[in-house]
Structure formats: structure tokens, C-alpha cells
Design a protein around this ligand. Structure first.
Ligand code: 3EB
Length: 362
């Protein structure tokens, strides 16, 4: 069952070939130009609100995410997605703004929205009896087929949410099986052009793999962290298939889009640090971000060296009882300077108490 561990990943020969990707007839703006003027633009905001409906009004809105059980499970609008992770504090929504006009649609089990330069896509695949690996493979095969046939063929960033992420022992662990299925679904890929990503555990008992992503007309520049081994080179001890993601993605247009930060935790090299020490893990995570932003600044020196008003952070905390502690530590570190959202979620290594992702721009 071990997937290939070559640099150029090749799907195992026992996987049936999927039919050639039909060119998806999306995302074309009806009657609009194929290549609209202006490069990709993305602005992310966190909004405290009781309902997502008014947030979807703007015709520059690419996606709205509702967190936790109080957010509506679904809306008629394909731009809305609920992520069932409980927020710390009051109900909060994440809103992505692109350039108007945004058009949207559904394609079977997949939904999308696009301004012609960026595309938001989402798919949810029930595990049913097939297991997490097969659900991940199906989600990624659909994502890959859809993306490669679209006008936005370059994946910049992917978020993965799955239930009971560390359940199972050794290579049967669900996160490891997810990594195998993800790589198979992606097909043949060059690890050096993988998107940035997050893979986080939900705690809602629903065996559904949720994947959403951001794709672009033009490719971004993947950035690796000098303090960390690239995840796609993690050694065998972490599973038969190293995780398929870049540490960050520098989008195609400097300035108009922030640096996309992958889920980042207290890992140095490939080793988890500070087992059982939440606040030390938090400090190590920010030291990792400093190094990552430093590496991104080699490509784009206009990127601020420190987190600030152009940064948005999602902070995933394993133990709900630690949420106030993490909130206080972030208050001490940033005050009001950095908008952030704290969520109760499981991390893919049992010894990790906290993980953070987000975006960082001027
Ligand atoms: C790590 O650094 C922590 O499998 O897509 C972070 C971001 C992590 C993305 C993924 C996993 C993933 O290895 C875990």
C-alpha cells in the first residue's frame, strides 16, 4: 500500500486511471473577457456577525466561512462554507474579497466562485465505508481534474479538515491515510510546485473530508522554511507518504495579495518541540513564522518582516481549556495589532497543542 516516495510523485500503477480531464467550462465570466484586466487580488477579513447572509452581498466576495455550530450548515450560495470548528469568543466569519464581479456555480459535488483571476473551490466527501484515504483520494482527484481544466489551473493554497485526525496507530493513523489518499488523488506532481496547506482535525464526529482551495490564473512561488525540513521530505517515521504541501505560497502579484501561510507548529527540522509546553510551542511557532517570512522576503522585500495589520491568523488549539491561555499570550504578543481567530481543533501530531495558519501582507 506504500505510495511512491519519489521526488516526482507518480500515482501507483494499481490505481485505475481516471478519464482525461474534460475542460471545465468554468470559471468564465458570462460575456466577459477571458483575461480580465488587473492581477489577482485577495483581501481576508474576520467579521463578528450573527449571520453570514449580509456578508455575501458584495459582488467582490469570493468566499465566506462560518465557524462552529452556531454558523448555518449551508446556504443556497456556493460561496458559503461552514467549518465546524468552535471559535473562542463570539460567532465569527471569514470573508475573502477578490475583484468584482465574482461569478459562482456548482459542478456536481464541487462548488466554486471566481473573479476570473482567482478561484475559490470546495468539496466535501463522505468517508462512508471506504475510509479516509479513499475519501481524500476522491476529493483530490476531483479537485485536480476541475483545476487543471479551468482558467485558474494553479493551486496556491488548500485547507483540509477531517474528523479524528490522530485516530489509529502507526501507518493506520487517519492523518497518514489521508496523506496517502491526497497524493494519489493529486496524480503526478512535482513537489516543488505544491500549494501551501493546512490539515486540521475536527472534533464533530462527522466522517466527512472537507477540502477547500484557492487557485489562480498565474502560478505563485512556493516558499520553504529554513528552520524546517520540507514536509514533502519528511522521513518514513511519519508515514508512508510525506505530506504534500509547501510551507507558504507567495502569490503571483506582489502587494495585491498576501503571503499565504501554511499551518505552522512547533516543529524544527521534522521534530516536534516542547511536548506538553503550550506556551513554548506557541513561541516556537512564531520563531518558525519569522524564518518563513524571512525566506519569503528574499523573493519580495516589500513584505513586512513582522506580523501586523496586514496579517490574519487562525490559531488552532487542541485542548479547549487552553483557549483562554492562548488568547492571553496572543494579547501580550500582539495587542490589537494582528486580527486573529482562535478555534478549537485537533492537530495532526498528538504532542502538538497549537498550530497557526493565515495570511501576511502589508
Ligand atoms: C507540520 O508542519 C504540521 O498535511 O497539509 C501543517 C500544514 C501540517 C499542512 C498538511 C500538515 C499539513 O507538519 C502539520
Amino acid at each position: 500500500m506504500a505510495a511512491a516516495r519519489r521526488e516526482m510523485h507518480d500515482p501507483a500503477a494499481d490505481i485505475p486511471a481516471s478519464p482525461p480531464a474534460a475542460a471545465c467550462d468554468v470559471p468564465a465570466i458570462d460575456g466577459g473577457p477571458a483575461a480580465p484586466a488587473g492581477g489577482p487580488r485577495l483581501a481576508v477579513e474576520y467579521v463578528a456577525a450573527d449571520s453570514p447572509a449580509p456578508l455575501l452581498d458584495g459582488d467582490d466576495v469570493l468566499a465566506v466561512f462560518g465557524f462552529g455550530g452556531s454558523a448555518p450548515a449551508s446556504l443556497d450560495d456556493p460561496r458559503y462554507l461552514r467549518v465546524p470548528l468552535e471559535p473562542h469568543g463570539r460567532a465569527c466569519f471569514e470573508v475573502w474579497h477578490a475583484r468584482a464581479p465574482v461569478v459562482r456555480g456548482r459542478d456536481g459535488d464541487l462548488r466554486w466562485a471566481s473573479d476570473g483571476r482567482l478561484l475559490f473551490g470546495a468539496i466535501e466527501v463522505a468517508e462512508d465505508g471506504d475510509g479516509i484515504g479513499e475519501a481524500a483520494r476522491r476529493a483530490y482527484a476531483r479537485l485536480s481534474e476541475f483545476t487543471s481544466g479551468s482558467r485558474t489551473p494553479h493551486l496556491l493554497r488548500i485547507w483540509n479538515y477531517l474528523d479524528a485526525i490522530t485516530f489509529g496507530e502507526g501507518d493506520d493513523e487517519r492523518y497518514r491515510a489521508f496523506c496517502v489518499g491526497r497524493a494519489r488523488g493529486l496524480g503526478a506532481f512535482d513537489v516543488r510546485s505544491l500549494p501551501a496547506a493546512t490539515a486540521i482535525g475536527r472534533c464533530d464526529g462527522r466522517r466527512v473530508v472537507q477540502v477547500y482551495w484557492l487557485a489562480s490564473v498565474t502560478p505563485g512561488t512556493p516558499v520553504e522554511n529554513p528552520r524546517q525540513l520540507s514536509a514533502y521530505r519528511y522521513p518514513r517515521q511519519y508515514g508512508p507518504q510525506p505530506p504534500s504541501f509547501a510551507r507558504a505560497m507567495l502569490p503571483p502579484t506582489g502587494g495585491a495579495m498576501p503571503l499565504l501561510l501554511s499551518g505552522t507548529a512547533a516543529i524544527i527540522g521534522h521534530t516536534s518541540m516542547h511536548d506538553g509546553e503550550l506556551l513554548a510551542q506557541l513561541d516556537e511557532t512564531f520563531a518558525n513564522f519569522d524564518a518563513l517570512v524571512g525566506a519569503a522576503r528574499m523573493h519580495d522585500p516589500t513584505l513586512p518582516p513582522r506580523f501586523g495589520g496586514g496579517t490574519r491568523l487562525k490559531v488552532y488549539v487542541r485542548d479547549a481549556r487552553d483557549l483562554p491561555l492562548v488568547a492571553e499570550a496572543l494579547d501580550r504578543r500582539f495587542g490589537d495589532a494582528v486580527p486573529r481567530l482562535l478555534l478549537h481543533a485537533a492537530i495532526c501530531r498528538r504532542e502538538l497543542a497549537v498550530e497557526i495558519d493565515g495570511v501576511h501582507g502589508a
